[in-house]
Write a protein that binds this ligand. Sequence first.
Ligand code: SF4
Length: 176
Amino acid sequence: MLYLALLLIIIAVVLLWQSGRQRREAGLPGGRLIYTDTRAWGLVEKPLFVAELGLTGKPDYLVQSGDRIIPVEVKSGRTPEAPYDSHIFQIASYCLLVEKHYGRRPAYGIIHYPKRDFAVDYTPQLEAALLDQLAEMRRDEMRSDVPRSHNSVARCRGCGFRKVCDQSLAGEAGDV
Ligand code: SF4
């Protein structure tokens, strides 16, 4: 049993190291642990919008830091050891929206998990990766044969398109 537990720990460490390495190779920041004072956070009432990118979104909070405005995204559920890539892209899109809307580039955005907060540096590499993703999504919008990007049955089960999606893993289109 002890050997099995040790093996699982080793596998988890290797997977964590691999994902960190892949992220570093892609030039994406991993997120820095920070302490935040939530009293300074201001609720955002209206979504931010950038017409030329067709991008809209509403961070949970904005916080003033010197002359900068920092977006904050609050996540519930399990607190990961490092922010998930999807959360990194989400906070990056809020940094982009804040920069375009207020004319001031945030140095970073904050992801607030239940047990820790991470600052994700809004680097030129992260911005470029985000713009690539947005361009790819716009291209996919025009296509009718976009391949599934994951192998998660649970994700398909919770998806509102599963009844019409011919790639659903939660059953054939029309079954559910
Ligand atoms: S049902 Fe289709 S659209 Fe929905 S998550 Fe699954 S593959 Fe994606």
